[in-house]
Design a protein around this ligand. Structure first.
Ligand SMILES: [Zn+2]
Length: 454
């Protein structure tokens, strides 16, 4: 390094998201931890609607998101006041929030209450459950971070990091590898967690409905306790172009309560995955632990909500793109669940789903839906589900969105993560297995952010 030159850091986020050439992925300075006195980890606002978490090179963070200080605008060539790799990791693994998971083997009084709730839950009427859940969720709509109804802070950080790298490398236009295969503008996946025997019985009909709209959906089944799994039913679902995944082991809410329980259940889950030819997973109740999920023998997981305000485990990964937890591809659940929409918000129209889809489409991201077969067997819920599929079908046609099978989408993200951009003379080309499915896009810098177009 020439004397006096600023230290350089390769931004991992630029390699991950944009598959940027290494030479163009450098930022002007080192990480905040390399500076003499970085701030404590905390919240800071990048825009009115994007709140990050981590340490700052200059300035102070806030211990709560509501009072997160707004970062001053950075000018061209100036380094970001945070380490984008650190901040993106903190958001995607929810390091910004304390986890409070129920422990069926522990003596924490809160855990006992939840255990009791789980024990009696099948006996409670939906009305009683609704009242209990609404009380537990009070104030959810005033939470600042993650941003309701879709948080795109990770995307905003990627744009700013790319602009910073472009300014540092003194370029105004750089090639990136487009996110989706075959030139699609975005992706939609339809997924179903099968809760009880009635849901399993309805699943083949649901697969037929999905198939009639062209959606190769996934059905996550609970291998133990809840119901007997008839192999013929699974075959019927697969024959309609859908896939089988796992919804935990027994749905008692305790999979991630402590490592002993998790490590006892992990090999059992692996056995069921082999038996059902399942490569996908969603944790019951969306209880989750990013490190332990990365230890599961699966291809992809879908246990992280984008915004978890209406789920028992709060938080959210603040992104509408897949990412890696170790070797596991995380496909975040980016749209509100049917149960929350119908029973907590008491709505059966498409407005909220459409608002979420507008945001996700504008980011060219992944729309990932959970609809439970148990809750849409008839009436206005079934009607709402069919309306949703019709809306999605129309958006996929008009917006050129990929109706992906979740396993195919995870495979693509893994394949894409090994593609590289190479310069040959004046031309850029993509190399690696699957390169023929990928496209080059171009990022143009506008001050401290970028526009990406093809
Ligand atoms: Zn469930």
């Amino acid at each position: 390094m020439p004397q006096g030159a600023a230290a350089q850091q390769v931004a991992r986020v630029l390699r991950d998201r944009f598959r940027m050439p290494l030479t163009l992925s450098t930022l002007p300075t080192g990480a905040p931890q390399d500076t003499p006195s970085p701030s404590d980890d905390g919240f800071f606002a990048i825009t009115d609607s994007h709140v990050g978490f981590g340490s700052l090179r200059t300035g102070q963070t806030s211990a709560d998101a509501d009072s997160a200080p707004m970062l001053p605008a950075t000018s061209a060539g100036e380094s970001l006041p945070y380490d984008p790799d650190e901040v993106v990791d903190a958001l995607r693994t929810e390091a910004y929030i304390e986890n409070d998971l129920p422990d069926p083997t522990g003596t924490d009084p809160k855990a006992l209450v939840r255990r009791a709730y789980y024990f009696v839950r099948p006996l409670l009427s939906t009305n009683v459950r609704r009242v209990a859940q609404r009380r537990a969720l009070a104030g959810w709509d005033t939470i600042r971070q993650p941003q309701w109804p879709v948080d795109t802070t990770v995307e905003e950080i990627h744009r700013r990091t790319l602009a910073s790298a472009m300014a540092a490398n003194d370029v105004d236009r750089v090639p990136v590898i487009w996110y989706w295969p075959e030139g699609y503008n975005g992706a939609v996946i339809m997924t179903h967690d099968v809760e009880e025997a009635a849901g399993l019985a309805f699943s083949p009909e649901m697969a037929r409905i999905d198939n009639s709209f062209g959606f190769p959906s996934s059905f996550q089944v609970v291998p133990e306790v809840r119901y007997d799994i008839d192999g013929l039913v699974l075959d019927e679902i697969r024959d309609l172009g859908c896939e089988i995944g796992l919804h935990g082991l027994n749905h008692d809410g305790g999979l991630f309560s402590n490592y002993k329980v998790f490590s006892e259940r992990r090999p059992k889950i692996a056995n069921y995955a082999r038996r059902f030819n399942a490569v996908g997973f969603r944790s019951p109740v969306m209880y989750r632990n990013p490190e332990w999920i990365s230890e599961l023998d699966i291809s992809y997981d879908m246990s992280f909500p984008n915004v978890g305000h209406l789920d028992p485990q709060r938080g959210g990964c603040c992104t509408v793109f897949p990412y890696f937890l170790g070797d596991v591809v995380e496909l975040p659940t980016t749209c509100i669940q049917d149960y929350s929409l119908f029973n907590i918000l008491n709505r059966f129209d498409l407005d909220l789903w459409c608002t979420q889809l507008d945001i996700i489409e504008s980011e060219n991201g992944l729309a990932n839906f959970i609809i439970h077969p148990d809750y849409v067997t008839e009436g206005k819920a079934l009607k709402a589900y069919k309306n949703l599929l019709a809306e999605l079908d129309s958006r996929c046609t008009q917006g050129n969105l990929w109706k992906a099978a979740p396993a195919d989408l995870a495979d693509w993200w893994r394949l894409r993560s090994k593609l590289e951009l190479e310069q040959v003379g004046d031309e850029w080309r993509i190399t690696g297995e699957g390169a023929e499915r990928a496209q080059i896009a171009w990022a143009t810098r506008n001050g401290d952010t970028v526009t990406i177009s093809r």
